[in-house]
Each structure stands twice: as structure tokens, then as C-alpha cells.
Design a protein around this ligand. Structure first.
Ligand SMILES: Nc1ncnc2c1ncn2[C@@H]1O[C@H](COP(=O)(O)OP(=O)(O)O)[C@@H](O)[C@H]1O
Ligand SMILES: [Mg+2]
Length: 219
């Protein structure tokens, strides 16, 4: 369970101090599937980075299972994140000069993670089994998007974060990705936070939050 209280996030833009999130409260229970919608620049990615402890400069309280995250050492946080959180990044963050198989296996092997699927099984689910040994630099954007999804769902993550997983897709492929995420979520039942500016995509989730006037509001 994640509990956030009175979150404020400041940036320094030239000489000015600007804030996004003003005393925002939020809680996320295990097994929830939620979406956060808001226009571009409203702070969605920043919020995801705070949730995943990549971004650690904020004021307020962020607790995981009643433990205050700011009290943990960097080393402990990095290890903990590796074993508990998977991320579908907006720009995929795949390693271009490794194969599809190597990209998927890397994090699983490095952190000795428990799998939901073998690499071939998950690639079959995303219709990419014929790309197992292809280098990522040879893939199209649409193929890379599905590799990024496969990598996030292949292991038993506690929390899956998806940042705009459909932003670069046409209408047909957007629908395919939405169905894929729902199918995998139903199969595995993990906690998902999905970020999007697209209301149709947000409808996938059980709960929808909206970023409004620098706060998160449940709709
Ligand atoms: N490190 C930073 N320094 C200054 N401004 C930032 C920084 N990170 C994000 N911002 C600003 O915060 C706002 C929210 O950014 P972001 O979280 O990326 O929004 P979204 O994902 O909703 O598009 C934007 O105006 C962005 O320019
Ligand atoms: Mg963003």
C-alpha cells in the first residue's frame, strides 16, 4: 500500500520557484488498477517518478506499507525498486544494441525476479515471437512498444507503472494495446498505475484520478 500526504513538488525555473502538486493526498491499495489523466505538463510523469522513488525531492510524506520512503538509503531504495516495480516508459527505454530476448531477460536475471511467463511465452502474447533474437534497433515503434509491455509484465512485479503507453499509436494499435493491458492485468492481477491524457484509455481502469488545479481528484 502506498500513502501520500501533503505532497508538494517544487522546481526552480530560472530564478522562480514553481510548484506542481499542492498538498496532494493519494493512496493506492494492492491490486488496484487506476488511471491518472491530465493534460500535457500537468505533472503526471513527475508523479509517477515520485511513486516509484526515482524522484526524491519533494515535501510531504510518501509511505510504502507504513514505512517513510525518505528514511531509506539510496542503495536500499534501488534494490527495493528493482524487486518490486516495473515501468513502461513513454519512450520505452529499451537497450537498442541488445536483442529483444536480452532486453526482457536482463532485469529479470539481474534482480533474480520471479517470472509470470517465459520470455517466449510473453512474446507470443504480444505477437512478437518471431522477433526473439532481433536487435531492438531493427524494430518499428509499434514493435518496441509491445516489447516494453512484455518486459513489464514478464515478472511478478508488485506495482506496474505505465506512462502514456498509447501516446504514439494509431487508433487501431491503441485499441490492441488497451486490450492487451487489460488481458494481462486480469491474468496476473497486479497493481497498475496508468498515466494518460486520453480519456478512452483511462476507462480501462477501475478508478480514474484527474490532475486538476495541481491536485489529484478522484472522478
Ligand atoms: N526537473 C524539472 N525542472 C523544472 N521543471 C520541470 C522539471 N520536471 C518537470 N518540470 C515541469 O513540470 C511540469 C510537469 O511535467 P511532467 O510531469 O513531465 O508533466 P506531464 O507528464 O503531465 O506532461 C512541466 O511544466 C515541466 O516542464
Ligand atoms: Mg509525461
Amino acid at each position: 500500500m502506498i500513502e501520500i500526504k501533503k505532497l508538494v513538488k517544487y522546481f526552480s525555473v530560472s530564478w522562480e520557484k514553481v510548484s506542481i502538486f499542492e498538498n496532494t493526498d493519494f493512496s493506492l491499495w494492492d491490486w488496484e488498477f487506476i488511471a491518472i489523466v491530465g493534460p500535457s505538463g500537468s505533472g503526471k510523469s513527475t508523479f509517477l517518478n515520485i511513486l516509484s522513488w526515482i524522484e526524491r525531492e519533494y515535501s510531504g510524506s510518501v509511505q510504502l506499507n507504513w514505512q517513510e520512503l525518505s528514511k531509506l538509503s539510496d542503495a536500499k531504495m534501488t534494490r527495493f525498486r528493482g524487486q518490486n516495480i516495473s515501468y513502461i516508459f513513454q519512450n520505452f527505454k529499451l537497450i537498442e544494441n541488445l536483442t529483444v530476448k536480452e532486453n526482457i531477460d536482463l532485469i529479470v536475471d539481474l534482480n533474480k525476479l520471479e517470472r509470470n511467463f517465459s520470455t517466449l511465452e510473453i512474446l507470443k502474447i504480444v505477437w512478437l515471437e518471431n522477433k526473439l533474437n532481433s536487435y531492438v534497433y531493427n524494430l518499428s515503434g509499434w514493435e518496441s512498444q509491445r516489447v516494453a509491455i512484455a518486459r513489464a509484465f514478464v515478472w511478478k512485479t508488485k506495482l506496474l507503472l505505465a506512462d502514456e503507453p498509447t501516446w504514439a499509436l494509431d487508433v487501431v494499435n491503441k485499441k490492441i494495446v488497451m486490450e492487451l493491458i487489460v488481458r494481462l492485468q486480469q491474468k496476473i492481477g497486479n497493481t497498475i498505475v496508468l498515466i494518460t491524457h486520453d480519456d478512452e484509455v483511462a476507462q480501462l481502469a477501475e478508478k480514474i484520478y484527474r490532475v486538476y488545479e495541481w491536485k489529484l481528484e478522484l472522478t
